[in-house]
Design a protein around this ligand. Structure first.
Ligand code: SF4
Length: 224
């Protein structure tokens, strides 16, 4: 069997087999290789643990807890909102309020469950009064989002709502212009769409979000 360049585990397995055939019974790995071999779950857990007492921005002052993210560490699809709300701040899980319940239904309509995808926010701590995160808070927290995405390596990101889309894509474009069009975030395809809380207020736009999600399904080869 030929090792696929996209499958490092298979390459390592073949390498070990070859070394074993040459009579070597001990393999010494450099520390950076060991780090790469850690499972995505371990790496996400370590990152989450390192943020538990994060004080890198002023959102630490009034949060109950850091809301890191939830779902599959190997997800091909990641949903990103702007920041945790009050319910999320209490429970430590993203998208658990009314908007979260609608997001769960949207995910189920794609023939997926919350355990198949990964859900997180641009900032990990609840902005008091549900205000938008400030630019300095986004700058402070974005490295953690980038690390999350670097570990998960999704194929597609769905940016939920104007704020998440504008922040990820570094633009002031209106969400009404951006939604439904593929964009790019550090090499990952991004589909901006309306936020579930907006859909609770404007249910007539659910059809547009479904159209956007259908594009995502097509990109991921998911059946309707
Ligand atoms: S929002 Fe992000 S940077 Fe700010 S305190 Fe919370 S985890 Fe740290």
């Amino acid at each position: 069997m030929t090792a696929s360049p996209n499958n490092p585990i298979e390459g390592i397995r073949l390498f070990i087999e070859q070394m074993s055939a040459l009579g070597m019974d001990t393999l010494y790995l450099p520390s950076d290789v060991k780090a790469q071999l850690k499972s995505k779950k371990q790496r996400l857990t370590e990152l989450e643990r390192s943020l538990k007492n994060c004080k890198a921005c002023k959102l630490c002052q009034k949060r109950t807890q850091v809301v890191f993210g939830a779902g599959s560490p190997t997800a091909e699809l990641v949903f990103i909102g702007e920041g945790p709300g009050e319910d999320e701040d209490k429970q430590g899980i993203p998208f658990v309020g009314r908007a979260g319940q609608l997001l769960t239904k949207m995910i189920q309509a794609m023939n997926l469950s919350r355990d198949d995808v990964y859900i997180c926010n641009v900032v990990k701590c609840h902005p008091p009064g549900n205000r938008n995160p400030a630019p300095d808070e986004i700058v402070a927290c974005e490295p953690f989002l980038l690390q999350q995405l670097d570990i998960i390596r999704p194929r597609v990101i769905v940016a939920l709502g104007k704020f998440a889309a504008q922040t990820l894509l570094q633009t002031n474009e209106a969400i009404t212009r951006m939604r439904g069009e593929w964009r790019d975030y550090h090499g990952v395809k991004v589909m901006p769409t309306f936020h579930p809380s907006y859909l609770l207020r404007t249910p007539n736009d659910k059809r547009k979000v479904w159209e956007d999600l259908q594009q995502v399904m097509k990109e991921l080869g998911l059946s309707k």
